[in-house]
Design a protein around this ligand. Structure first.
Ligand code: DHB
Length: 293
């Protein structure tokens, strides 16, 4: 599936994804109202990946609910509604609205947008995450998943897993971009994106080791919650590695941005070829079965 934020903001992008070789589609993280987002340039291709500070440009929740209401009944692909309120109150309002639409089957609650000046990521505040999820599950009766930021310390993996294990989450997606990185163009002695004085979320191959570690750690620490892998998937081999670490599904962000929607078929074919060579018939034959030496 696509990673939220890439190829999923406007109807033409979403319609195109539905017609492509994707397993599932997630919409751009939305707020209650339309947002224009941060000033451009706000995405840059860099060696080994990307840097972005989009600033949550989106068409408002109603636009994405309309899309799901129009398409979910006619497709066998699951369409996830991604929500990213700028406050707890906004997140709860978004979930209450989503709860009222019969067409919506699942919601990806984004706890990890790094690009809004003055708004820390909820996923780095364990108490705030628990409090939000408590109220979210009280308000919204639909399956809820979460998109997490990357963690870098064993104590943080454990603290977050302890919170997440208290809730019947549909899945946990690891990881969003590594927040607030920087890339510099030496020739111009300049930042490469305009918002936040050049600070932005890092994606792509750069972040694969961090993504694999997060998938692996949450796969081990979570009880009966599926992990969805995201970060650095350029090839079937990268997808294979995410699944070996424990991912049940893989999201593609930077590669989709760079290559376009044909990446799904290419990566699926490459993954199928690796499975064929190894004699695996289903991802359950190797999911989570990483050799630890
Ligand atoms: C944006 C970036 C993210 O990584 C995210 O999770 C949500 C929004 C953005 O800048 O639009």
């Amino acid at each position: 599936m696509n990673a939220s934020g890439v190829h999923c903001t406007n109807l033409d992008e979403l319609d195109a994804l539905l017609n492509e070789g994707v397993g599932a589609v997630v919409t751009k993280s939305c707020t209650l109202e339309y947002r224009v987002g941060n000033p451009e340039p706000r995405y840059a291709t860099i060696p080994y990946g990307s840097i972005n500070s989009m600033g949550l440009p989106n068409n408002g929740i109603k636009y994405y609910i309309d899309f799901i209401e129009k398409n979910q009944a006619e497709t066998d692909k699951l369409i996830m509604l991604s929500v990213a309120g700028l406050s707890k109150t906004e997140n709860l309002e978004l979930l209450a609205i989503a709860n009222q639409s019969a067409a919506i089957k699942i919601i990806e609650l984004n706890l990890s947008c790094p690009n809004i000046p003055g708004k820390p990521q909820t996923g780095y505040d364990f108490d705030a995450t628990e409090s939000l999820l408590n109220e979210a599950f009280a308000i919204c009766k639909k399956p809820i998943a979460v998109k997490l930021p990357p963690y870098f310390d064993m104590a943080h993996f454990e603290a977050m897993a302890e919170v997440l294990n208290k809730f019947p989450l549909a899945y946990v997606c690891c990881v969003n971009s590594i927040g607030n990185g920087m890339w510099i163009d030496t020739a111009t002695e300049s930042t490469v994106i305009k918002p936040k004085n050049g600070f932005g979320g890092i994606g792509g191959l750069f972040i694969k080791p961090t993504a694999l570690a997060n998938v692996r750690m949450f796969y081990k620490l979570l009880n009966n919650i599926d992990v969805v892998g995201c970060g650095g998937v350029q090839t079937g081999q990268d997808a294979f590695e995410h699944i070996l670490c424990g991912a049940s599904m893989v999201q593609i962000g930077t590669t989709l941005w760079e290559e376009g929607k044909t990446c799904f078929e290419r990566i699926s074919n490459e993954l199928a070829e690796i499975m064929n060579v190894k004699g695996y018939n289903s991802i359950n034959d190797f999911k989570g079965k990483l050799n630890e030496i």
